[in-house]
Design a protein around this ligand. Structure first.
Ligand SMILES: [Zn+2]
Length: 96
């Protein structure tokens, strides 16, 4: 691939058009497209390498998966290690 230039037309996935459309490069980072503008609806967005963004369904699935992981592996947040390791002595007031 040759070098990209501002204004070059490249294919990318437009979330507004929901398909691959022609885009103009509006921003370059390290001579790679960073931001592009859809030539159909003129929507600016980050260049996403022609990848469709994950659908809401997929995002929901990923969220659930994360929840399951955190539930299966406690200790990373909120659980005090003392409580599980030290035997709890119950101080009872014995009436002699
Ligand atoms: Zn578009």
């Amino acid at each position: 691939m040759s070098e990209f230039r501002l204004g070059d037309v490249i294919d990318d996935h437009c979330i507004k058009c929901r398909r691959i459309t022609n885009h103009s490069i509006v921003s370059l980072v390290n001579s790679a497209p960073a931001k592009v503008r859809c030539r159909t609806c003129y929507h600016d967005h980050d260049y996403r390498h022609e990848q469709a963004p994950p659908s809401k369904k997929e995002l929901k699935k990923a969220e659930l998966f994360k929840e399951v992981l955190s539930a299966a592996a406690p200790g990373s947040d909120g659980v005090a290690p003392e409580e599980s390791t030290k035997p709890v002595k119950k101080a009872r007031n014995k009436k002699a």
